[in-house]
Design a protein around this ligand. Structure first.
Ligand code: HEC
Ligand code: HEC
Ligand code: HEC
Ligand code: HEC
Ligand code: HEC
Length: 283
């Protein structure tokens, strides 16, 4: 069993390596790849992915929670755990953004004009719209769209047999919200996972990392007038910090602090919360 598992892991690594190597040669190419190009969630290659069995594994949530009624009632079980976020391999060549998809992901654009981003007169750079990789998270966590609202369902999924209620991450007591059960009595309270559309109380996202000089190897140049802030540390590479905290094209995103592919740490944090803040902030 262990041999099979290791085998799969090595296979996955081997399959990915040429891509990583090619992209790694040119930082510019790497940066382009994170923007616009879909990452394909192939369940065959991902057969050993740590996301399986985690709270983001919608195909396995009945096993996790022991609640058979949840998949196929609260949300559709597409039988492929990757498609809730990633474009399925058979749709790799379709222009998903023409269908309203978030650039590079298998989910629809949330109503971006609705987001209230964190703002303060002290911020070094301001942003109006979250970047695609953060919109991915918000497409579930803002509570406006069903968790199974994907752009492409797997080809073998039978729409006609779909009886799910397509519920949203929302604490409201109605039949389109997981809060119907997840109210702290029937099941754990889901309202804390509901980030909502007002992000002014949350950590700022999608702004250029304040610690980057205007021109810095591996990162796109800053817009005119950007001044770097001495209260922030320099990143170690174009991926971000050596402890795993990431920057995306020089920006801070939800995935800078969280890695949904690593359920080992609490709340999928990239670094334990006592060390997380000082990775970037010097004070
Ligand atoms: C809840 C959303 C979500 C689900 C479900 C999901 N992923 Fe991902 N995946 C992401 C995000 C976000 C990233 C980007 C991480 C980054 O760039 O740091 C990613 C990155 C990847 C990558 C490229 C990065 C790497 O680790 O090399 C691969 C390959 C991948 N996912 C495969 C899969 C497979 C296979 C599945 C199903 C078993 C899956 N994903 C399920 C969100 C998801
Ligand atoms: C397809 C829908 C979906 C997407 C997309 C999604 N999530 Fe989630 N997320 C969930 C669900 C469902 C839960 C579990 C809620 C619960 O336990 O009440 C969850 C839980 C979490 C938690 C709490 C984990 C815990 O242990 O309680 C964090 C943190 C989180 N998600 C971050 C992210 C980030 C960051 C992204 C984007 C990279 C993301 N999620 C994308 C559906 C999603
Ligand atoms: C019919 C009632 C019901 C509905 C509707 C429902 N759930 Fe659940 N869910 C439960 C019960 C009961 C549990 C197990 C007890 C618990 O985790 O509190 C559970 C567990 C979970 C877990 C696993 C938690 C863990 O730590 O393992 C997740 C994640 C989850 N539900 C997400 C959702 C999401 C997302 C929705 C809406 C799309 C939803 N549920 C709708 C009843 C429900
Ligand atoms: C600067 C780092 C950072 C960024 C950026 C960030 N988070 Fe978090 N997130 C945290 C930390 C730390 C916690 C746990 C402590 C807390 O409750 O605030 C957390 C908690 C959460 C939780 C779980 C709430 C709970 O207490 O169960 C969810 C869901 C979540 N984040 C999603 C997101 C989403 C979606 C984004 C982007 C819109 C995001 N995070 C951006 C650091 C971050
Ligand atoms: C990935 C790097 C990064 C991490 C990790 C991080 N921050 Fe930040 N934080 C920033 C950036 C960049 C800003 C915006 C600074 C600016 O543009 O002036 C910011 C802004 C803030 C602000 C708003 C300050 C203001 O000027 O209004 C607070 C508060 C904050 N962070 C707290 C935290 C806490 C608490 C943690 C740990 C849970 C944390 N940060 C982790 C990069 C980070």
């Amino acid at each position: 069993m262990q041999v099979v598992k290791t085998g799969l892991r090595n296979l996955r690594r081997a399959l990915r390596w040429p891509l990583v190597a090619t992209l790694g040669l040119l930082c510019g190419a790497w940066l382009q790849a994170t923007h616009g190009e879909a990452i394909i969630g192939d369940p065959v290659q991902g057969a050993n992915d740590p996301i399986l069995g985690s709270k983001h594994d919608f195909s396995g949530l009945n096993r996790r929670a022991g609640v058979v009624a949840m998949p196929t009632v609260a949300f559709s079980d597409y039988g492929n755990p990757c498609v809730y976020c990633h474009i399925p391999p058979e749709q790799a060549d379709v222009d998903a953004s023409a269908l309203g998809a978030i650039d590079g992901w298998n989910r629809y654009q949330p109503a971006t004009n609705e987001f209230q981003l964190y703002n303060s007169t002290y911020l070094d750079s301001k942003t109006r719209t979250p970047s695609p990789i953060s919109l991915l998270c918000l497409s579930c966590h803002d509570g406006t769209m069903a968790v199974d609202m994907v752009v492409f369902k797997p080809g073998n999924f039978d729409n006609a047999a779909d009886t799910a209620m397509h519920m949203r991450i929302n604490g409201a007591d109605n039949t389109i919200s997981c809060g119907k059960c997840h109210n702290g009595r029937v099941a754990h309270d889901i309202s804390i996972k509901h980030i909502g559309q007002d992000l002014r109380n949350d950590h700022p996202i999608s702004m250029r990392y304040a610690g980057l000089p205007p021109h810095y190897a591996g990162f796109p140049d800053a817009p005119k007038g950007f001044v770097s802030d001495p209260d922030f540390r320099l990143p170690h590479s174009e991926k971000g910090f050596s402890n795993g905290v990431r920057l995306y094209e020089g920006r801070v995103e939800c995935a800078s602090c969280h890695n949904v592919h690593n359920p080992e740490k609490d709340l999928f944090l990239r670094v334990n919360s006592d060390l997380l803040c000082q990775t970037c902030h010097t004070k």
